[in-house]
Write a protein that binds this ligand. Sequence first.
Ligand code: SAH
Ligand code: F3S
Length: 484
Amino acid sequence: MEHVEKVIDEKKQGKPLLTDQKEGNNKKLFIESYGCQMNMNDSEIVASILAEQGFNTTGNIEEADLVLMNTCSIREKAEQTVRHRLQKYNHAKKHNPKMKVGVLGCMAERLKTKFLEEEKIVDLVVGPDAYRDLPNLVEEVEAGRDAINVILSKEETYADVSPVRLNSNGVSAFVSITRGCDNMCTFCVVPFTRGRERSRDPQSIISEIRSMQEKNYKEITLLGQNVDSYLWYGGGLKKDFKKASEMAKATAVDFAQLLDMCANEFPKMRFRFSTSNPQDMTLDVIHVMAKHRNICKYIHLPIQSGSNAMLKAMNRLHTREEYLELVKNIYEIIPEMHLSQDMIAGFCGETEEDHKDTLDLMEQVKYSFGFMFAYSERPGTLAAKKMEDDIPLDIKKRRLQEIINLQQDHSLFRAKEHVGKVQEVLIEGTSKKNANEWKGRNTQNTVVVFPKEHYKMGDFVNVKIEDCTSTTLKGTAVGYSDNN
Ligand code: SAH
Ligand code: F3S
């Protein structure tokens, strides 16, 4: 199923990540990343920190001095993938006994020293807020000792680390704006593995985007677990804002303002953002989106379930009715907006009625994409502690399949809306299926393919959409868009 697993770019999952070689560096780093876009961006930060320590990236594990895996804990399956991959490392180590192995990211944070005990191959365990300590930790490991740092931070945003871009298409890139999450959805492990929510200095965000523009990047996705909650008031945790000085409060920057700043400062660049939690999304953001043609008309707006009982059990702090009201306002302000969802099938206590509420809500919203999952209990979460994972697997799977089937109908419905229109597409690469065709996305984030002709990577092109499947639009270029 195409949309089931949430990955930004499937090609990058579990593939060695490569970047330009820095002259004079003579150690070799093999790094791969699993899970969300944030992990991918963190791997770029890690590669940047280690480039200063003499490491260049390699795609050949058998010549690596250091092998790093950035791990994901979001569902049990994600952790199993990591465990299997570690077994493959065992094999590589037979041919390359000098290699040291480190695990980074959410699973490192969740398991801590257990990782060193359970997986003999692991020498190094580093949580998401401790990458700055890598030079010291790597030194420890090189001296033959195990090393670990899983301390979560209240301030760390890596604002001053300029990430090296890994496996980049040179056109679109991610810039992180917040770290951590304070929302405490009862099913979710992220608040435990990534810590409290903190925002990054807008000036450092703007200067990172400027350097991307100088390198000819054309599209930036602003990243956070919960971008709408972005709030800069001079540093510090979101939850401490109430205690800030009047001055700090008066000059604070929220997400709508940040988005407005970015769109004004870089009129030739296109902006996206992910992810939005409906409870924190304000209409100010939608009005800013309406004002700027360079902010894409697409929002990933997960709800997880269409049932009020489930939303309550999940600690999502809004009702189904409030969500539908938000969606109605969004479609009113920006009629061409497309929305996508995350859904969890078979959460604790979910009845057939609750499940029908989800299908009914989907009918009303008609999302253009979706990332859909069967509920997977995560150790340490409130749901694991207080609720019973009581929906049998076959029922979870059947409900999930019904959600996926309905989403496919809606994806096709939404794709058909584009047919016959001329849309601006940013060229991001060659189509997987046909080397003579370009691939890019329209403002609503739908993939568009069209014959290459004389156009090049990174061009903004107007494309007449002629045909579609549920996931891809097909068309013909009619000229450059005036954004070039
Ligand atoms: N705010 C985050 C959400 C991270 S988790 C973001 O940036 O996307 C991504 C999605 O994984 C969630 O929206 C949810 O649908 C799913 N998910 C999280 N925990 C889960 C669990 N325990 N079982 C199944 N799916 C889960
Ligand atoms: Fe997880 Fe909910 Fe935050 S899904 S990342 S706790 S918004």
